[in-house]
Design a protein around this ligand. Sequence first.
Ligand code: ARG
Length: 276
Amino acid sequence: MPAAAPRILMCPPDYFGIEYEINPWMSRAQGADPTAARRQWQTLRDTLAGLGVAVETLTPQPGLPDLVFTANAGLVFGNTFLSSRFKHAVRAEESPHFEAWFAAHGFGVVTLPEGMFHEGAGDALFCGDTLFAGYRTRSDAAAHHWVAAKLGVRCLPLELVNPRFYHLDTCFCPLAPGVALYHPDAFDGYGRRVLAAHVGTLIPVTAAEASRFGCNAVVVGRSVVHNADCPELSAALVAHGYRPVAVELGEFLKAGGSAKCLTLRLDGEDAAGWQC
Ligand code: ARG
């Protein structure tokens, strides 16, 4: 029996723009070009579809420019959707839209207790059976522990010490159980030791390419879709037996996001042990 197609949720960039500044990449003065953003988003979508992904779409909403970053909707685990608790009020308004979509598509929707923040798959990524969890800027360590207890999985919190890499998915990308991309300078010495102790093959991404959001990649089997102009990353992926696929996503970098943030895997990431 052929394996089911990977499923990914995306949201078209109809209302995307830089309307507030909640991370160091965003500048209202610089803005984003809506035509270029639409073209880049469509190329990403077509690229994923070309890799055999079933892309599902959320209806864009006026006044929610960051709704395109579906990675932050919440964390998907089997048939459960743990809805995010956004740090910033401007993004918290996205949650009812995400929750309605997941409820309508057969997921059990779980909300976190009040008073703790968690920004979904942007800050919580499975590599094998372990949930690697970025905290400090957007998500709280307490929220990660609550989620891990709820799911019955082991969680390793990693402090994100560099404000430019404010979500874990900007500096860490599991490729398979025991294999991940990472940008060392986004972590402190302790975080780097935790990663080295628990991920057998860590592939470093340079500062220049991490700033091009090279770590913010979408993994589909052996294909890794990442932002353009990351030649060293592409070469490292080839050396490890992966197929790099570069897509220009410069308009989304202006909002502090790239390929991975624009997607949410609905059937479990390839690197997640529980998927198999
Ligand atoms: N402007 C968005 C924010 O600051 C970008 C989110 C990017 N998402 C991600 N998973 N890294 O929240």
